[in-house]
Design a protein around this ligand. Structure first.
Ligand code: GLA
Length: 486
């Protein structure tokens, strides 16, 4: 969760802008709500290196901030961000050239990528004090590279940098879904936590101060948001610490209405997608801020299992019900997405939510009130979204004990299916568990190490079909898999 400079400032980003945005984040309630990263995207570096290969930046764009600092030193802005109790993020490309060779505005710059310099560059970012790095794919795509190979090398360089500086550098993979990263990004190169973009940009940047006629034409539509959401649904790949990234948020930007803000926040929250807000934080309306900081929506987003929702019903065309299993037994977050021109009333069918019994509670998140549980019917206005939390009981699961190398013949034949996995992993490293399904879908789960005899738990969504789960790492024991009839 945090802020990213691209959507609203594109390549005019500079120290002054980043300081202003960081101050806004620290003072408008977002920091307290959990937004912590301030990420500087493309445009901070124009591709220049000194004779030793070190990155050289514009001194005017990145001056000294405090007495005693050197101009042109990116450590200044990282320290400023840290001084507000926030974390700092930076950006590069996995290829030789970066996206600056296809500029959105202004001149083009080559060589803004890190290929050939992975070890030095990631170490440099870490030494400057950055905690997060977004690695884009313009150069990788141009050179027709394999994402799985390049990003594994990036992870290797990051791990080396982390060892040297002792500072965690979180990797954000930005390959736009072009090589199906949901199959290889979880655990790539041994990475313990990561996010990977699943599609292109919701919209190219909208920089008000540029007065560029191209930018002036750009208006966000609900379709832009819904397309990104749909392209990003790969629930089989996502679980705690590994997340499909639906793109930076455009809350409150040109074209966004309050209803679109609710659609955006509701879908990103129920998907546990990264919430990297790309708006100008100094200009957010109170209504937009209230939504971004909505504690109950953020609790859905931050659920320990971190799963994506499954579309469980479409009672009338254009009215979609999506449900996300949460770590608390019997709990589902539910979205009623009304894409039609008519207001709707949708009744909650517990069976469709994978639940049994009668609802214990139905919570309307936007209005912060409990709804009557008998015959719970929920209204969603036209082109709007209702967000709910429903508590009842999980149906009785089918339990699969594991043998030494996996579990065979897991039935998920009624559609994508929720399962809880209990495991121990004493290898000290992330362990990769492969899930292969007769539907042709296969994916990998990356299970973080557990300490001593502690049991780890992960929620997962099995692909449709009969699946086999196999684990390769020694010292990894899957104890049990509970599969819930949906
Ligand atoms: C790509 C990414 C965006 C942004 C721009 C910068 O388009 O998808 O998020 O980083 O590059 O040019």
């Amino acid at each position: 969760m945090g802020w990213n400079s691209w959507n609203s400032f594109a390549n005019i980003v500079n120290s002054e802008i980043v300081q202003q945005q960081a101050r806004a984040l620290a003072s408008n309630g977002m920091k307290e709500a959990g937004y912590e990263y301030v990420v500087i995207d493309e445009g901070w570096w124009l591709g220049e290196r000194d004779a030793a290969g070190n990155i050289v930046v514009e001194t005017k764009q990145w001056p000294a901030i405090k007495p005693g600092e050197k101009e042109g030193d990116m450590a200044n802005i990282a320290a400023y961000i840290h001084s507000l109790g926030l974390k700092a993020g930076i950006y590069t490309d996995a290829g030789r050239d970066g996206c600056s060779m296809y500029p959105d505005s202004g001149p083009k710059y080559t060589n803004t990528g890190s290929e050939g310099h992975y070890e030095e560059d990631f170490l440099q970012f870490s030494k400057w004090g950055f905690d997060y790095v977004k690695v884009d794919w313009c150069g990788g795509a141009k050179e027709k590279r394999s994402g799985a190979v390049q990003y594994a090398q990036v992870v290797h360089a990051i791990q080396r940098a982390e060892k040297i500086t002792g500072r965690k550098l979180f990797l954000s993979i930005c390959e736009w879904g072009s090589q199906n990263p949901w199959f290889w990004a979880p655990g790539v190169g041994g990475v313990e936590s990561t996010i990977w973009r699943t599609g292109g940009d919701i919209i190219p940047p909208l920089v008000e101060s540029l007065h560029d006629p191209e930018h002036a034409k750009r208006v966000i539509t609900a379709k832009n948001l819904l397309d990104s959401f749909e392209a990003g649904m790969h629930p089989e790949a996502q679980h705690t610490d590994y997340y499909n990234d639906l793109d930076m948020m455009v809350m409150g930007m040109r074209g966004m209405t309050d209803a679109m803000d609710r659609i955006h926040m509701g879908l990103w929250a129920i998907s546990s997608a990264p919430l990297m807000v790309g708006s100008d934080l100094t200009r957010l309306s109170p209504a937009t801020l209230l939504l971004l900081n909505n504690k109950e929506a953020l609790a859905i987003h931050n659920d320990a299992y971190g799963l994506q929702p499954i579309k469980v019903a479409e009672p009338t065309r254009g009215v979609e019900i999506w449900a996300k299993p949460m770590a608390i037994p019997g709990r589902r977050a539910v979205v009623i997405l009304n894409r039609t021109d008519t207001p709707t009333q949708a009744s909650l069918d517990l069976d469709k939510l994978g639940l049994a019994g009668t609802p214990k509670s139905v919570r309307d998140v936007w209005n912060r009130r409990d709804l009557a549980t008998a015959n719970a019917a929920v209204s969603a206005p036209a082109h709007d979204l209702a967000l709910l939390v429903v508590d009842a009981e999980d149906k009785k699961p089918a339990e699969y004990p594991a043998n030494d190398s996996g579990i065979a013949g897991i039935e998920a034949t009624r559609g994508p299916t929720f399962a809880r996995l209990q495991y121990t992993n004493n290898s000290g490293q992330v362990a990769i568990v492969r899930v292969k399904s007769t539907s042709g879908l296969s994916t990998a789960l990356a299970l973080p190490p557990t300490a001593g005899s502690d049991t780890g738990a992960a929620g997962l969504i099995l692909p449709h079909g009969t699946a086999d789960l196999s684990f390769e790492a020694q010292q990894v024991v899957v104890r049990k898999l509970a599969v819930y009839a949906w």
